[in-house]
Design a protein around this ligand. Sequence first.
Ligand code: ADP
Ligand code: MG
Ligand code: MG
Length: 249
Amino acid sequence: MLEIRNLHVTVEDREILKGIDLTVPAGEVHAIMGPNGSGKSTLSYVLAGRDGYEVTEGTATLDGEDLLAIEPEERAAAGLFLALQYPVEIPGVANMTFLKAALAAQRKARGEPELTTVEFMKRVKTAAEKLGISPEMLKRGVNVGFSGGEKKRNEILQMAVLEPRLCVLDETDSGLDIDALKIVSEGVNALRSPDRAMVVITHYQRLLDHIVPDVIHVLANGRIVKSGGRELALELEAHGYADYVGQAA
Ligand code: ADP
Ligand code: MG
Ligand code: MG
């Protein structure tokens, strides 16, 4: 589903990603772990098409479609969803209104009919209840006045409503207490499906106790320096990233 080949990315004339290869088949959850500054967020931003992240070499495709050649909105329509490390506040746009507009745009781009208001409300309410997001929070501006944990839960709500093909979660665990971590993880696990792929970016192994990945990749200094199974996370927890940081420099 997601296929990244030899991806090099430069930010402000500095090469941050130095040749990433990553294949995530449908139905699988892959974790990307790495020290701060290794390029984890850069990878998610470049997939999402954020300004200022220049691809100098390599390719990234989603279901064979060239992601790098299309606009950010088109990437969302193609089924890409990114849960941000630092979710943005959108004052003046009610959470519910945002969800409705985002879903309508995505379904239109896919040639699917719009949901009826009843169907839409049902989908939002079901997901919001599971995530502990109150009706009042659905009326508020997107993320406005939300706590850190509420913002992360709201990202998962967007994901649940939009039903993307590929979910990229950038440090969704950062700043969460244990209870919020459980709620978020359950929300993510509920979205695991044979026709959906997920990339879970995290600094800490504890998230992977809750969201158990099929494959773990270690990103250090802009390169994937090791890939493996669950045991890799435990090894990192025990020894830290020091072994890998030197290796990739
Ligand atoms: P991680 O998410 O793994 O902590 P990032 O992708 O955020 O790492 O950052 C990787 C490197 O790129 C860091 O050295 C960071 O300072 C640099 N970087 C990221 N974004 C920018 C930016 N907008 N401008 C300048 N440097 C940036
Ligand atoms: Mg960081
Ligand atoms: Mg980051």
